[in-house]
Each structure stands twice: as structure tokens, then as C-alpha cells.
Design a protein. Structure first.
Length: 346
């Protein structure tokens, strides 16, 4: 099949995004608002977003920082802690919060307030199931005896299977899946389980972290895996299954903190997110599957309307800037300084 010169999609959404707060948020928000109609905004601020009121206030700060004329809606989430009371769920629902995020304690950036034992949060999960709030899962165990590259697969057995058994009516999104095991688990599960997939996990395997030296900007969590896993993710994203949808996990960290002796986890992909997904789908010969993945499957699973209007990508080489401002600091987007073959037409 010959590659088309342009590709027009119903406006897409980003179902997993880190916006941070304050000047950092104001710096990264325009990139997402330009590409997406809505985004699920992660609650892992410091301190985390744990009440309906905090989620509302955070939403107001995001909306207040939007460039004039933007048409972008942040979709808010709460951070699940051992002590999030079930009574907060009804307040969250009333405040327009759509989901609650589970970080196993210590799994990733700003996750120290996360859940230490799933039994502790059972009453809250019960309340979410009743209220129709989704559970978004960072699917990695934190057991130090489990190899970093196996933590997602082990999470399926230790956490996902019991969770699905105990709360069958809870809608669960297995976020940023990175393995063949997770892709298979989600594909084989019932209609209440879905997954997001990032552009970087579709484009890269773990070799990218070590190409000619250690590459901190390719370090994220869950970490990039072997090529067989990348292939399985491509298979899932392009399969036509409605269970898989776009979530960039764009996670900005100042360049100075990435290029340090201890490098924070996160890839910043927001400035060219759609372009990177288009590249991955094109390489798989599946550009015709991109629209459902980017624009239909997410809202359908969340029970939200699909967007109106469209965006167009053109096949046209351009150079992504190597650095962009980030409050007082600098940010290095993934693939910055390199040529991309697709470009979002504005
Ligand atoms: C995220 C961040 O920086 O907040 N980092 C990442 O590597 N994805 C946290 C997360 O989603 O794990
Ligand atoms: Zn994330």
C-alpha cells in the first residue's frame, strides 16, 4: 500500500499525561492542547492530588494556563493512597473526576504515597465500582527481588488477576503496557479491562537506552523492553481491538535532572506525540488503524462522547527542536534535534 501524503483523523485524546504544575505546567500544556482535545491528567504532583477539591483546583489552574483560543479539556484523576476514604469517591464523581490512579508505593516518579497493600483500598475500590469511576493502574510490582524487566509480568499474577476477580464491574485501564504478557492479558480479558500504549514503547526497544552510551532521555517507567515485546505492542495497537488506545505518558523532567548521576524516569513526547504514533503505525503498515486507536477507543471505553472536528498530519520532513523552555529550566523532547517525517498541520 502506498503511503498517503496526508492523514486526517477525528480529533484525538491523550489518555495518560503528566502536566506537572505551576510554571512547568504552563510550559508544557500548549504542546498537548495543540494536538489533543482532552487528556487524562495524572495526579502525581508533590504532594499528590488526593481530594475532589484539589482535583478541581488543579483543573482550574490548567484551564487558566491554556493559551487563548485553545479548545482543550483536562480530565481529572485522584491519586489512590492507603487512606483515600470511600466517601471521597462520591465527591470526586460530583466534581467531574473520571478516574483514580493506582501507583504501587515506590513504583515510579512521585509514587511514595502509593498503595502498600491492595486489601487496604478494597472499600474505596468498591465505592469506585458503584460510582463508575475508572481505576488506572501503574502495573509494576515493587518487590526488589523481582527483576526490573519482569515487574509488569509479575504484576499481572500478583495484582491484576485478584483485582479483576474481586471487582469485576470496575473499569480498569492497564496503563502504558510494555510487554507481550500485558498485551495478551488485556486482549483476553473481559470488556471492563483496557490498556494505553505510549508512542515510545511502540517505536523503541531497550537497546535505545544504550545506543553508543547511556541515553537518559529514553529512560522511563515501565522501562523499555526487548524487541519481542515491542512487536507485541505493535500487534495490539494495530489489531483493531477496541481495548487499546493512545496514552502518551509524556512525563517532563528538566534536562539537568535527566542528565544526572540519578536520572528521573520519564520521556517527554508531547510536542510531537501524534507524529511519533503515525511513524509507528506507518512502519507497521497500519496507518488506517491509527484513528480508532487515537480517537475512538479511548472515549468509547471511558463512556465519553467522541470528539468533533479533525486534525491533519502531512508527510513532510521537519526538525523537532532539541530543547524547549520549561519554567526556569530546559526540557529535551524525545527525538529533539532529529528529523520527523510526519507533521501536524495547524
Ligand atoms: C512518570 C513521571 O515522571 O511522572 N514517569 C515515567 O517514567 N512514566 C511517572 C509514571 O507514569 O510512571
Ligand atoms: Zn505516567
Amino acid at each position: 500500500m502506498e503511503t498517503p501524503r496526508t492523514l486526517t483523523l477525528i480529533r484525538p485524546d491523550d489518555w495518560h499525561l503528566h502536566l506537572r504544575d505551576g510554571a512547568a505546567m504552563a510550559a508544557v500544556l500548549p504542546a498537548t492542547a495543540r494536538q489533543f482535545a482532552r487528556a487524562i491528567v495524572m495526579p502525581n504532583l508533590k504532594p499528590p492530588v488526593v481530594t475532589a477539591q484539589q482535583a478541581q483546583a488543579y483543573r482550574d489552574r490548567i484551564v487558566g494556563a491554556l493559551p487563548p483560543g485553545s479548545d482543550f479539556t483536562p480530565l481529572m484523576t485522584l491519586y489512590l493512597t492507603d487512606t483515600l476514604p470511600p466517601t471521597e469517591i462520591a465527591r470526586a464523581k460530583a466534581a467531574g473526576v473520571v478516574a483514580v490512579k493506582l501507583y504501587p508505593a515506590g513504583a515510579t516518579t512521585h509514587s511514595d504515597a502509593g498503595v502498600t497493600d491492595m486489601r487496604r483500598v478494597a472499600p474505596t475500590l468498591e465505592a469506585m465500582q458503584r460510582a463508575g469511576l475508572l481505576l488506572l493502574v501503574h502495573g509494576e510490582v515493587t518487590d526488589p527481588s523481582v527483576d526490573v524487566f519482569d515487574r509488569e509480568a509479575v504484576f499481572i499474577e500478583r495484582v491484576m488477576q485478584p483485582l479483576r476477580r474481586d471487582f469485576p464491574a470496575l473499569k480498569v485501564v492497564f496503563e502504558h503496557i510494555t510487554t507481550r504478557e500485558a498485551a495478551r492479558y488485556v486482549a483476553d480479558s473481559d470488556e471492563n479491562t483496557a490498556a494505553t500504549i505510549t508512542a515510545h514503547h511502540l517505536l523503541y526497544n531497550r537497546n535505545a537506552i544504550f545506543m553508543g552510551g547511556l541515553r537518559p532521555h529514553y529512560y522511563c517507567l515501565p522501562v523499555l523492553k526487548r524487541e519481542v515485546h515491542r512487536q507485541a505492542l505493535i500487534g495490539a495497537a494495530t489489531s483493531g481491538s477496541r481495548k487499546f488506545f493512545l496514552g502518551t505518558d509524556s512525563a517532563p523532567h528538566a534536562a539537568a535532572l535527566k542528565e544526572a548521576s540519578v536520572c528521573g524516569a520519564g520521556c517527554y513526547t508531547a510536542p510531537a506525540a501524534l507524529e511519533l504514533y503515525a511513524e509507528a503505525f506507518e512502519a507497521a503498515g497500519a496507518l488506517d488503524k491509527l484513528e480508532a486507536f487515537a480517537s475512538f477507543n479511548g472515549p468509547d471505553f471511558y463512556g465519553l462522547p467522541r470528539n468533533r472536528g479533525s486534525v491533519t498530519l502531512r508527510r513532510e520532513p521537519w526538525q523537532l527542536p532539541e530543547t524547549v523552555p520549561f519554567g526556569d529550566a530546559q526540557l529535551k523532547p524525545l527525538r529533539g534535534g532529529e528529523t520527523l517525517n510526519w507533521r501536524l498541520v495547524t
